[in-house]
Design a binder for this molecule. Structure first.
Ligand SMILES: NC(=O)c1ccc[n+]([C@@H]2O[C@H](COP(=O)([O-])OP(=O)(O)OC[C@H]3O[C@@H](n4cnc5c(N)ncnc54)[C@H](OP(=O)(O)O)[C@@H]3O)[C@@H](O)[C@H]2O)c1
Length: 431
């Protein structure tokens, strides 16, 4: 009888329990697809008494010993940096192929993990780390390996997308919508990683690294969350036929001297309601990729959840298992381009600005002259007067973020400007 491939599963929570279920339920199909049966030899958890449905003989609290045992593949769905990092380095160094769903770890320690995988000649796959079930990393790493990717832009965090979609639908403020999201199970008890953009920044780092064949870590990513988005911002977007989304944007930037760099940022932005990303609501994710030869591609689907993420983990498991059966390995890290990462101040963005101003002659020209001073050109202006007050809405053309920020700071100090009601970056086509 064919010797099975032995698999250690680290973690049995939302994702791990679904991985364990699929490994059992799909046993026969997996064996046929891989060319060898797969045997789950152990599951590491923290609290074994919380897993009554798992055969007791599989459970262990000693993840290090499980990694050290006679297994071929290690699947890590614990999350966080430690002990996951130490466990995966040990697995790779002892010749085991690794599948992980851990975005935080891959966004910070990819270089070290890939070096260990290269040295041992084994695989490190992590499709579930970005955008859950959506096949995205494999297309970037493999299908588009012959093309030149210029931009990746997407919605990669379901919690913030749920909150922003709900704010758009109901007109409610951020705090009450977050509360509602928590009540309905769409936000964690501690929502910081999601609402402050850390989760999306980790994913953006992974996407930029793969898309541009360079090394970008989470710390390189400019990050703004959604907690400062107000009902007034949402209303201002609506008036302009736009909606607000938390976007992860990874761009290749060509410098005037012919050199290249990358800009990677996560922040809320207004996009036109007709933009394909505007229709991505609730917990769904979608990512746009623009490449020289392929043109525009869009990837869409469930970006989180136990079963959807387990689908991506299992896909990786089949891939690394097949590689082991034939004695080869998949692509390793490709960071040869070694592109510098630009600070946000140098990234080209566009701003939407909504101002409460005094309704008197000369206000518009005073505001316009601040834009001109900073070399920022205006794409559209709308002014509405009402009994001594007026609202002024301005959308700019693309300019360095630093110039746009200084423009807003100076405008806020103009005597005729009563209040800067909303400032938001704008993505999508020019108005
Ligand atoms: N949830 C999603 O929708 C989703 C989507 C894509 C990617 N991911 C990623 O998948 C990973 C797991 O997420 P999750 O939602 O499944 O997490 P989770 O529900 O919190 O599960 C974590 C599991 O790891 C176990 N664990 C924690 N520390 C451990 C340790 N020191 N030794 C052994 N086991 C330990 C826990 O054991 P106990 O159960 O005994 O406490 C639990 O079974 C994370 O990297 C996450 O970012 C999650």
């Amino acid at each position: 009888m064919t010797e099975p491939l032995k698999v250690a599963l680290l973690g049995c929570g939302n994702v791990g329990s679904e991985v364990a279920r699929l490994l059992v339920e799909q046993r026969a199909d997996l064996a046929a697809r891989i060319g060898k049966p797969v045997q789950l030899t152990g599951i590491a958890v923290r609290r074994p008494n919380r897993h009554p449905g798992v055969p007791a003989e599989l459970l262990t609290t000693d993840a290090a010993a499980l990694v050290d045992s006679d297994v071929d593949l290690v699947v890590e769905v614990i999350g966080g940096i430690e002990p996951a990092r130490t466990l995966l380095l040990a697995a790779l160094r002892s010749g085991k192929s690794v599948v992980s769903a851990n975005k935080a770890l891959l966004a910070e320690h990819a270089a070290e993990l890939f070096a260990a995988a290269d040295e041992a000649g084994v695989d490190l796959y992590f499709e579930a780390a970005v955008a859950g079930a959506i096949p995205l990393l494999r297309p970037l790493r493999e299908s588009l390996a012959g093309d030149r990717i210029n931009r990746v832009m997407g919605i990669v965090n379901g919690t913030t997308n749920f909150i922003l979609s709900a704010m758009d639908e109901t007109g409610s403020g951020y705090a009450e919508t977050l509360e509602e999201a928590s009540r309905r199970g769409y936000a964690e008890a501690d929502p910081t990683a999601d609402v402050d953009g850390y989760d999306a920044a980790s994913k953006a780092a992974i996407l930029a690294s793969l898309a541009f064949h360079t090394r970008v870590t989470a710390a390189d990513v400019y990050r703004e969350g959604i907690s400062a988005v107000t009902a007034a911002d949402v209303a201002a977007a609506r008036v302009l036929g736009r909606t607000i989304k938390l976007l992860a944007i990874c761009e290749r930037v060509s410098e005037p001297d012919g050199s290249e760099s990358v800009a990677v940022r996560v922040h809320p932005a207004m996009i036109p309601r007709g933009h394909p990303l505007a229709g991505v609501n609730g917990a769904f994710n979608a990512v746009f990729v623009e490449a020289d030869a392929a043109g525009q591609l869009m990837f869409y689907g469930q970006g989180a959840g136990g079963a959807p993420s387990a689908s991506a983990v299992l896909g990786d498991l089949v891939a690394v298992a097949r590689n082991r059966v034939v004695g080869g390995r998949g692509p390793g890290e490709s960071a040869y381009a070694a592109l510098p990462v630009l600070p946000i101040s140098r990234a080209n963005t566009r701003y939407h600005l909504s101002l409460d101003v005094a309704d008197r002659p000369g206000v518009l020209s005073a505001v316009a002259s601040v834009f001109a001073e900073h070399d920022v050109s205006i794409a559209a202006v709308r002014q509405e007067g009402r009994a001594g007050d007026a609202s002024l809405v301005i959308v700019t053309h693309s300019a360095p973020d630093a110039a746009l920020r200084s423009t807003v700071d100076k405008i806020a100090g103009l005597p005729a400007v009563r209040e800067v009601v909303s400032v938001m970056r704008v993505e999508g086509e020019e108005p």
